[in-house]
Design a protein around this ligand. Structure first.
Ligand code: ADP
Ligand code: MG
Length: 730
């Protein structure tokens, strides 16, 4: 029987490619057609209910039961025009995926009448059986139930799977005692907290600013692989990454894939998932090839952070689903393939005011420049003061492969701001101070607004090796992993910014109270923050050895692994910070810490098992089979009277195969022992560290010998699809 791999290769080469693409349709013609946005709400709701919905979105207030009934009924009417039969509360539990449980509108009344029904109660709150979602111990000690509650700030939408259509109501997910059990609740809280702190600071500059919303534009990287080939790789299916595989002769060294023409089959897939995303209101804007072969990226127009997070999660879902229709699979893992780049998800972040100002956009006048400078410097201070939390917010088993692997930002958090702004900050630092009075006019006239946009558009002033870079009118957090929910890093970023701004206001007010002029007070505090936060700024090569040394000298943390990075969430300082702004209670932080450690352990446990299984059942058998062929050959040559030189090569290969088989067998055994040892540990942190230090080290050791075998064994015997096939055949 042929191996799964050869069958897959045969199927791939024999089957026609689906490259059909819908003739060009105008996106505006169907954008958000499956979203109950305010336009549709206006159409389906009474004036009263519409106003109540708008006000609840704007003021983040609850909707009362009576209005809830009206809105639910309108939602149902709208959904029925689209042949929807079921609805679900859609939420983001801490598993990292989304959850839904579908209920039908269909119901039987007491007298046996069959009806389609959807009322306010069903819209506003549900109690899904939550006992199998991770709670980090919260539910075990308190109450078994959790409930989902409607989040009106993210509009309901319809998901189409085949012919089925389901109305999805975005909700938050909390325990019965009120602790958050999802990614969205803390994110929403952090946006509220940041809004208050930012509005307070904006008031120094513009009394008309009454609302500030954090904005997010993500850039999603991913790989696409033929599904039949992938199905012959149990590691890809089970862990999302290849645990074995020798680098192909040609990798990404030619850099010919980056921004190159998109392969036809992938293009058809992209068009397909983009159309589905547009219908769901995801405002996709760009698509292109990435650096590694078979790697791609897409990015939307930025939105308010809450919506942007939902849209990213939806997109990952849609991509995964639509890929199946094209017999492709999407890999969202941070490091699906060794030796070539992994995938990230840059988080572009800023803040927008109700007056239409981007607070990280350089202003048009000296006064708005000062506002820009205040927000710019406060971001630097926030990152400086809480670099450990930012690092923790992106920690995961998958992302550990990327951070610091000289292809992605290092695990050291630093900020790149470009030459021009470095000069500006140096100026401020030098010129302001005791003699600021005489200089203030000159200072305030800095033509920041004229110079930055041009400079930033010039790519030479961009630094790709920085984890946190200013890119002209926003900061780009580049260290986020491709499979991550952006909610986690965004929650941290919003919170630390809120902390910096709150302190800023206190400091400025103190000077004003002492009789200082407002502008001077502002400049003095800005100057103080520049001095205090300077060590987080770095313009050089973030991948270099020299930077790691320099960062250490500066006292910047460089935590390379997840179990240790997560410590930052449970320090006294972190607990105080998050409690202060009502984002997480101590209990919630500890629960989340526990969940993330468990998650890490489970991921490594699964990988270790797959490595052991594959080594024994996929790698050693073909190696032995091929060795037997060699032995037969050697024996035959000997029998015929050939001298040793005739089979020296065969002997050598057979010998090498034996050596690799021997090491693999021994290392797998040792790895299993190490796992058993780690499993004895009852403390999650200790257990995670053991997995990280004692179990994981075998992964690469075993891989080394497996990959050597791949180069020795007859191609026809090799069971696992090879890198060159996964990455280059479509
Ligand atoms: P580049 O990475 O080359 O700078 P863009 O400038 O197009 O690419 O921006 C990348 C992402 O940043 C896009 O998703 C875009 O919507 C987003 N973005 C632009 N401005 C903002 C902003 N003010 N707030 C948040 N995201 C933004
Ligand atoms: Mg970018």
């Amino acid at each position: 029987m042929q191996s799964l791999r050869l069958n897959a290769l045969h199927d791939l080469l024999a089957s026609p490619r689906s490259t059909e693409v819908d003739p060009s349709r105008k996106i505006t013609g169907f954008f958000a057609e499956n979203v109950f946005d305010l336009k549709k709400a206006r159409e389906f709701l009474s004036d009263e209910a519409y106003k109540s919905l708008v006000s609840s979105i704007k003021n983040q207030t609850k909707i009362d039961r009576k209005m809830g009934d009206q809105i639910a009924s309108a939602l149902k009417s709208w959904a029925e025009t689209k042949n929807v039969t079921h609805y679900t509360h859609w939420f983001q539990p801490l598993t990292g995926a989304t959850a839904e449980k579908h209920d039908s509108f269909f119901t039987l009344k007491g007298d046996g009448t069959a009806l389609e029904e959807f009322d306010g109660a069903a819209l506003i709150q549900q109690e899904p059986d939550a006992s199998s979602f991770p709670s980090g111990g919260i539910r075990a000690t308190f109450e078994a139930r959790g409930y989902t509650a409607w989040d009106p700030s993210s509009p309901p939408f319809i998901v189409e799977i085949g012919n089925g259509r389901t109305l999805c109501i975005p909700t938050i997910f909390v325990s019965y005692t009120g602790e958050s059990l999802d990614a969205k609740t803390p994110l929403l809280k952090s946006a509220v907290a940041l809004e208050k702190a930012a509005v307070d600071v904006c008031q120094y500059f513009d009394k008309n600013i009454t609302s500030v919303k954090p904005t997010l534009g993500w850039e999603q990287e991913y790989f696409v692989v033929d599904a039949t080939l992938a199905s012959a790789r149990p590691d890809l299916i089970m862990t999302g990454r290849t645990v074995f595989g020798h680098a192909p002769a040609k990798g990404q060294q030619l850099e010919d894939h980056y921004f190159g023409a998109i392969p036809e089959r992938v293009y058809a897939f992209m068009r397909d998932f983009e159309d589905e995303s547009y219908k769901l209101g995801v405002p996709l804007k760009t698509r292109h090839n990435e650096v590694a072969p078979s790697q791609f990226e897409c990015a939307p127009i930025f939105e308010e952070v809450n919506l942007a997070v939902d849209h990213n999660i939806l997109l990952m879902d849609v991509m995964t689903r639509v890929a199946k229709r094209h017999n492709l699979i999407v890999l969202l893992h941070e490091k699906p393939f060794a030796q070539i780049n992994g995938s990230g998800k840059h988080n572009n972040w800023s803040m927008a005011t109700n007056t239409g100002v981007n607070l990280l956009g350089p202003g048009k006048t000296p006064k708005t420049n000062l506002m820009f400078l205040a927000f710019f410097v406060n971001t630097i201070k926030a990152v400086h003061d809480h670099a450990d939390l930012l690092r923790a917010s992106i920690a995961s088993a998958g992302n550990d492969h990327r951070l610091g692997a000289n292809e992605a930002p290092p695990a050291i958090i630093s900020i790149f701001i470009g030459k021009y702004l470095t000069d500006v900050l140096n100026e401020v630092e030098k010129r302001v101070g005791d003699n600021f009075d005489e200089q203030d006019e000159a200072m305030l006239k800095l033509d920041i607004h004229k110079s930055i946009p041009e400079l930033m558009l010039d790519n030479t002033d961009r630094n790709r090796t920085s984890p946190f870079a200013f890119t002209g009118n926003k900061f780009e957090f580049r260290a986020v992993g491709s499979s991550a929910n952006c909610a986690a890093p965004m929650t941290v970023l919003n919170t630390i910014m809120c902390d910096a701004l709150t302190q800023f206001k206190t400091d400025v007010d103190a000077l004003i109270d002492k009789g200082e002029k407002k502008e001077i007070a502002l400049m003095q505090v800005i100057q103080k923050y520049i001095v205090e936060s300077k060590k987080i700024l770095f313009e050089g090569d973030g991948y270099s050895e020299a930077w790691a040394k320099e960062a250490e000298k500066r006292g910047l943390p460089n935590v390379k692994t997840t179990p240790l990075a997560l410590d930052a969430f449970v320090t006294d300082g972190a607990k105080k910070l998050f409690e202060n702004f009502n984002i997480y209670t101590k209990k919630e932080l500890e629960a989340r810490h526990e969940i993330q450690l468990e998650n890490y352990i489970k991921k490594l446990q699964i990988e270790a098992r797959i490595i052991g299984d594959l080594a024994s059942t996929y790698i050693l058998p073909p190696a032995i089979k091929y060795q037997n062929v060699l032995i037969e050959n050697i024996k035959g040559l000997k029998d015929l009277g050939f001298d040793g030189s005739a089979y020296a090569s065969q002997m050598q290969i057979a010998q090498k195969i034996s050596e690799h088989i021997g090491v693999i067998g021994a290392k797998v055994k040792e790895m299993i022992e190490a796992r058993k040892e780690a499993n004895k540990e009852s403390d999650s942190r200790e257990k995670a560290i053991k997995y990280c230090d004692d179990v994981k080290k075998y992964f690469d050791e075993i891989r080394y010998h497996v990959d050597k075998l791949e180069l020795l064994v007859d191609d026809e015997y090799w069971e696992l699809p090879k890198y060159r096939e996964l990455l280059f055949l479509r």
